[in-house]
Design a protein. Structure first.
Length: 426
């Protein structure tokens, strides 16, 4: 679906939530964006109108997209319509078409995409599916979300694998050097985030995957913060698996995600969570012994059971909306606001400790920081009092704060946050 001025205003949710003036302003911005033209990433007036597409409370400054991105009205509408269509017609099994949209969006083939409910589910499929033995080593970062750390730590408990860690450096080149220095003859997998949740650094993931492939090491990537924030081509990246979700930067429904499994890796990655559709159907329970069948020749072998027609209709709508607005327009706006936020933080002076690199290729729409000599929760509480939502980063003793901005944000909101921080540290 192309979200033009005309069909955009058909949304019942929009009609209920916005004034005539707001709907006209939003429709004009949507039309301008969906015409295929290049939108200036610095045009705050245009992007401020885009905020009207989201049911965010008008008194809330939401700077925490890295936790989850609020879905816009067209996505919410698609979820409702998808559920209604399914229940009216007793329709079952209509979620498969979204696989094609996801695959095209991330630079993969249809038969390399498995549907999941979140990133953690996809990571677990990758973690438990690779053949590892006692003493085998897996490299992860010291900046992991627990959704990536816990599966590997559990395999350490149960199977005796060895976890080795690195801390991302301030440049892509040095980060790659740190990973390379950890590799030994026992290294079997590099299980790293594409973009760590703690401070939003874009790691040199293509180079990491190339390094892994050249040394015969599996590359199992946590891609929670990739799709929707930066352009992706998973074939070009060269990873073995890439787990992601649709509820962050893609702005899709919560409880939706996907796992990419490279075609040539599917015979290596063992399926454990499997059901109908995961094999070629040639099994027979009436023989003795029971006749088993081969797995289906696609990533469908990694997911099983009923999916939600409504939720995946929302995923399809989210991808359509991104494409209609121009993915490049969105990526540039996110990058611009991330840089504006970073510069604003640096302007706070020597007391501010920026955790996110300033290197062009390594920064994104997420920034992590600390204030020297001050507990993070003082600033966090002050933000909450002023209805500003950011994230406290307590993982691994960082005790920091994180700001993540998307297309519904603007410079004035970042300025409001900076004023709040200044008052808190005065």
């Amino acid at each position: 679906m192309n979200f033009t001025r005309r069909n955009f205003l058909r949304s019942a949710s929009l009609l209920a939530a916005l004034s005539i003036h707001e709907m006209n302003a939003l429709a004009a911005s949507v039309q301008a964006t969906s015409d295929g033209r290049r939108i200036d990433e610095q045009d705050d007036d245009h992007w401020r109108d885009i905020r009207l597409m989201f049911p965010l409370s008008k008194d809330l400054t939401y700077l925490n997209n890295g936790t989850f991105g609020p879905s816009p009205y067209p996505v919410i509408e698609a979820v409702k319509e998808g559920m209604m269509e399914s229940d009216m017609r007793a329709q079952y099994g209509n979620w498969e078409p979204v696989i094609t949209k996801i695959a095209k969006f991330v630079g993969a083939n249809d038969d390399e995409i498995a549907l999941t409910h979140n990133v953690t589910e996809g990571i677990n499929i990758g973690c438990w599916g690779i053949p590892l033995q006692k003493g085998d080593e897996v490299i992860i970062t010291t900046h992991e979300h627990m959704g990536n750390a816990m599966p590997w730590m559990t395999r350490q408990k149960q199977h005796g694998i060895v976890i080795r860690t690195y801390t991302p450096a301030l440049t892509a080149a040095e980060t790659l050097e740190r990973i390379n220095a950890l590799i030994t003859k026992k290294t079997r997998a590099i299980a790293t985030p594409h973009i760590p949740c703690t401070q939003g650094q874009i790691l040199p993931i293509k180079e990491i995957c190339t390094l892994a492939r050249d040394k015969g090491i599996f590359s199992i990537i946590d891609g929670a913060h990739g799709p929707g924030m930066i352009a992706l081509d998973l074939h070009d990246m060269g990873c073995d698996t890439y787990a992601s979700c649709c509820h962050k930067w893609m702005l899709g429904p919560k409880g939706t995600g996907f796992l990419y499994v490279r075609k040539g890796f599917q015979e290596t990655l063992r399926p454990h969570n499997i059901g109908a559709g995961g094999d070629n159907g040639k099994w027979d329970l009436l023989t003795s012994p029971v006749t088993t069948s081969d797995y289906v020749d696609s990533a469908h072998r990694y997911f099983a059971g009923t999916q939600s027609n409504g939720l995946y209709a929302g995923v399809g709508a989210a991808i359509d909306l991104i494409n209609s607005m121009g993915a490049d327009n969105i990526y540039r706006r996110i990058k611009y606001l991330g840089k504006y936020t970073q510069d604003s933080l640096l302007a706070l002076g020597d007391r501010m400790e920026l955790l996110t690199p300033t290197e062009e290729r390594s920064r994104s729409g997420v920034n992590g920081f600390r204030i020297k000599g001050m507990e993070y929760n003082k600033i966090f509480s002050k933000c909450m009092e002023n209805k500003i939502r950011i994230r406290a980063v307590t993982e691994h003793g960082l005790n920091a704060l994180r700001i993540s901005t998307h297309i519904y944000n603007n410079k004035q909101e970042v300025d409001l946050l900076m004023d709040t921080i200044k008052k808190a540290i005065a």
